[in-house]
Structure formats: C-alpha cells, structure tokens
Design a protein around this ligand. Structure first.
Ligand code: F6R
Length: 369
C-alpha cells in the first residue's frame, strides 16, 4: 500500500503533482474563469464581505499565512490569519461581514472546530478548506472547498499542504473575480499559471537527489535555521516545522528582515541556514534584500543552503548549496519551494533513524483542545 516507497511520507511527497492537479480539476473553465460551485456562499454575500479571517493549526496555519498575501493582493480585503487555538480566547472582532476560512486536512481538529463555532455564533460566514469528505469541520461550515489530496497517512502533512495552498489561491482568485478587482489581467494570468503548476512540482521532485545527499551530511547537527520573506516566510516556518516533527532537531523559521533584530546572534561557524529566495522578477526589492542577508550570514560562518529560482545568478556566489526551483509567479512560489524542504526533513529523519510516518508524541488528527 506504500506503492513501493519505504514510507507513506515519501509516497505522499511524490503524489503532490497529482494532488495539485486534482484540486484544480473542474474548477477552471475553458475561458480561464473559476467555477467554484461548491462554495455555496452566494456571490452577493461575498461582495458584502469587508474582512477575511483565517483560522488553522500547524501546517494548515502556514497555508493560511500564504493565503493572506494572495487574498490581500488580489481582493484588497483585509485578511487576518490566526492560530485557531488562540482565536476565541481573545474575543476577536467578527460580524456578518466577516468571511472566516477554516483550513484543516482532517476536518476534525478541535481547536479549529471551536474557532469556527465561535465565528458562526458571532454571525460570520464560515468557508472550510478541507481534505476529508463529510468530516466535522465542513459539516459545521456554511460552505466547503475540498482539497483533493486523497488520504494522507503520514502524520507530517505534505500533499495536504500543497492542496491547501491551491484551494487558498482559488478562493483568493474567486473573491477577486466575484468582487471585481483592478488585478483582472493578473488574475487571468495566474489562473493560467496555476493550470500548469503541477508540472513544475513534478520537475522539482525530479531534482531532489542532491537535497537528500546534503540532508544525510547534516544528521549530527543540533540546529537548522530557515529564512524567507513575503510568501517565503511561511515556507521557512513550514520547513522548520517539518524538521522539528520528523528529525526532532531544533529548527526555527524567521522572516529574513528580522535577522538584524535578533536572530543573527545565533549565526555561528557551520550552522546550516536554509534561505528561500523570492523571485528576482516580481518583487525584486525583496530579492536583493535577501541576497544581502545571505551575504551577511555567510560572512559570519553560516553554511548557506539556498533555494532559488532557475536563472537567478545573483545568489550563486553566496550559496554553499544551491537548490533550483522553477520560475513561478511570486505568490505561487510556495508550491514549488516547499517541496525540497519536505524532502530535506524526511531524509534527515531517516538518517537519524527516526520513524518517519509516526513521529514520536504526534497524532494525525488532534481532537482535543
Ligand atoms: C504538521 C501537521 C500538523 C497539522 C495540524 C492541523 O505536519 O501535520 O501541524 O497540520 O495539526 O491539522 P489539520 O489540518 O488536520 O487540522
């Protein structure tokens, strides 16, 4: 049932191109518009929304952080992302004009369920993004957009995360389409790029051997840091979470701009630091800033592991290890940038002799608060 793979996690990492394609299937029509029939919140109601709040836990929370960039950019609606476990305890400001999006692979996460119940009590509409048909979270929501990742068995989430991202982009683009936005042309272009993104994920998977080799050489390290900016920041957090869960190593993700506000003090000789580099096209200011971050940490002895777009030559002199990913629109980069981090964590865990599919102390769905 592991389809020839040693672990479910490896199988599920390999299934990502299909999971991504399946999640897009039937949701983009021939003219390049979105048809999200499952979102049964009438367009009229969606036009009245004045704020989006996303609630989720763990990996799903990282998908939500990325969704915020997409939703705010394409719809100009303010969007907050909150850890579901913190949400209702701070008396959040919610009303009928708030769209709450609850993201959950299992659909049974108690923290997320309690957050959405609280939101509905305040009169907000709740849209679930969920991978498990008929589970509690979609049943208690006003609408649902299912991710089509198929069953995810490994405790550490991989293909569910990529499909959560796809669903979040679809919701962001759909909100943009329904509400009308000045980004109409960009939205059409992104929908086109989304349609071919599964192929880009496939290409990344085909180039992972050097990442595996590198991971094996780091098995005795105590700490790995992850840096990113813009949508690369949640990707860095996700890379660190995977490493904690699987390799039981100290791993932290930072927004690269925060380095000088503290974390740079952690940099020491031979410390592995993974840097997710934004596209040099798109928001090129961020690209140049992160290149100077890489220079700074390398000058202090860090071993830099740089994840950068094909054709990005500026990073080459400062990368001890360079992992190439295909060029994508800025907001879609997490779909390709996360994959090497999943492979990295999985391989490090194996090298350390850990149980990949069943990390210690963790359960696949967390049904207690
Ligand atoms: C990380 C992981 C967890 C889950 C979190 C939410 O690899 O698996 O962080 O993402 O417990 O679970 P769901 O998505 O089922 O609500």
């Amino acid at each position: 049932e592991k389809g020839g793979y040693d672990y479910f996690m490896l199988k599920e990492i390999a299934e990502q191109p299909k999971a991504v394609a399946d999640t897009l299937l039937g949701r983009i029509d021939g003219s390049g518009s979105l048809t999200l029939d499952e979102v049964r919140i009438p367009p009229g109601v969606l036009r009245e929304i004045d704020k989006v709040v996303i609630v989720a836990c763990g990996t799903a929370f990282h998908a939500g952080m990325i969704a915020k960039y997409a939703i705010e950019h394409w719809t100009r609606l303010p969007c907050e992302v909150e850890l579901a476990s913190e949400f209702r305890y701070r008396d959040p400001i919610l009303d009928a004009q708030t769209l709450v999006i609850a993201i959950s692979q299992s659909g049974e996460t108690m923290d997320t369920l309690m957050a959405l119940r609280h939101a509905r009590e305040q009169g907000s509409k709740v849209l679930a993004i969920c991978n498990t048909n008929g589970s509690t979270i979609p049943r208690e929501s006003d609408a649902v957009l299912y991710t089509h990742a198929g069953p995810e068995v490994a405790v550490a989430s991989t293909k569910a995360f990529l499909t959560q991202l796809v669903a979040c982009y679809l919701v962001a683009l759909y909100l943009g389409q329904v509400r009308g936005t000045k980004w109409g042309d960009e939205i059409r272009a992104v929908i086109r790029d989304l349609s071919s993104i599964a192929g880009a994920v496939e290409r990344v998977l085909g180039t992972m051997e050097p990442v595996r080799e590198l991971a094996r050489t780091l098995a005795s390290k105590k700490t790995v840091l992850f840096l990113g900016r813009h949508v690369g920041y949640p990707v860095a957090l996700e890379g660190a979470l995977k490493l904690k869960e699987l390799a039981y190593m100290h791993a932290e993700g930072f927004a690269a701009g925060e380095l000088k506000h503290g974390p740079i003090a952690l940099i020491e000789e031979d410390l592995p630091v993974v840097v997710v580099v934004p596209s040099p096209r798109g928001r090129s200011v961020l690209h140049d800033k992160i290149v100077s971050n890489i220079q700074e940490i390398r000058a202090r002895g860090a071993r830099t592991i740089v994840i950068a777009e094909e054709g990005d030559e500026a990073v080459v002199p400062y990368a001890d290890h360079l992992v190439r990913i295909p060029a994508t629109p800025t907001l879609l980069q997490p779909l390709v940038a996360t994959v090497p981090l999943q492979v990295f964590a999985c391989e490090l865990a194996t090298a350390r002799g850990n149980e990949v599919d069943q990390p210690r102390n963790l359960a696949k769905s967390v049904t207690v608060e």
